[in-house]
Design a protein around this ligand. Sequence first.
Ligand SMILES: O=c1[nH]cnc2c1ncn2[C@@H]1O[C@H](CO)[C@@H](O)[C@H]1O
Length: 398
Amino acid sequence: MHIIARRAAIGFGSPVLGSLCTSSRHTGSRRLFTVMAELSTEQVVFNKPKVELHVHLDGAIRVQTILDVAKRRGIPLPANTVEEMTQIIILQQPATLTKFLGKFAEYMHVVAGDREAIKRIAYEFVEDKAKEGVIYVEVRYSPHFLANTKVDPIPWNQKEGDLSPDEVVHLVNEGLSKGERAFNIKARSILCCMRHMPSWSMDVVELCKKYHHGGVVAIDLAGDESLNCEANPEHRNAYEEAERCGIHRTVHAGEVGPPSVVKEAVEVLKAERVGHGYRTLEDQVLYKNLLAQNMHFEVCPISSKLTGACDPDFTKHPAITFRKDKANYSLNTDDPLIFNSTLHLDYSTAHKYMGFTEEEFKRLNISSAQSCFLPETEKKQLVHRLHEAYGMVRSTAF
Ligand SMILES: O=c1[nH]cnc2c1ncn2[C@@H]1O[C@H](CO)[C@@H](O)[C@H]1O
């Protein structure tokens, strides 16, 4: 109930929700009532344990937390209510990936460099996921984007301070662990290299190695695929080192970039999962190969509309092809703060516009668990928990 109330309160007026209801004949307060009623039923189309594999920590911060931290640190913001600040941060219309990535600059300077804020956003993140029914989540972020020393250039126009990328990882791990204990779910993290900052990538893999047993399970390459398609040698070196050290690998590819970026992610960077990967479908040979390899696609429906990655008409979404082809994929929020969304909205969108059924939601969550970056024993336990929760435990009786 809490989630639904919160969503409805901040969600009305959002283009995503608005577009869910464009066929409504109602106007004014009656329409508001109808929308909210529609939401409260739509948002829980799959009210069962779920796995989420593609969500950015810095794209999943509570607006209230941004306001609180700004106040404590004396950082001026253009708004001081959740409603107003939400309107500033969220993407109002389908845009471009570049425009979307610019949204982080509205608030990252507030939390970056602040130990208390970083622990708090990690902890609250776990709480929010638990409330959505997620039992296992892999959350990603760039440690460099949250640091203010030992990072060149220092991001978000911060003054040099004393918080290094290394300590950022330590703080996020602490926040996630505290959240795990409080909310009884499992949370692991993925550290992001950034496409435009190849000089950070070796640091990132070293941090993955250092915190391999502290909750970090993989490396990622995020950022603007449309600016720089060829993986820089420094990204390549980092991924080679990751493979050599048994660090799992995912890469944002084929979100807005062409199929060649997906090919490179899989063949050169040895990605085990593809972040988004929608444009893989434009190269049928590549797609068939990846299907045959059981490659996992981390699909983010609401994100794909608002970043302009996919046609805004959800009935034409690549996830429909993935479903028909019984591909291996997950459903994820990506950046719920900026998309003003929840995981429930991604599921209800898949249900309403893409014909997803309860059976498919079960199947894709099991594939997600099987493609997660936990060690084998923990992975098996997770898969088993889902089988149990979905009433799919095979009888051992003869
Ligand atoms: O959908 C996406 N595509 C590419 N990069 C993204 C996306 N969402 C977030 N980030 C980038 O990843 C960084 C680390 O979390 C974010 O700061 C943002 O720059």
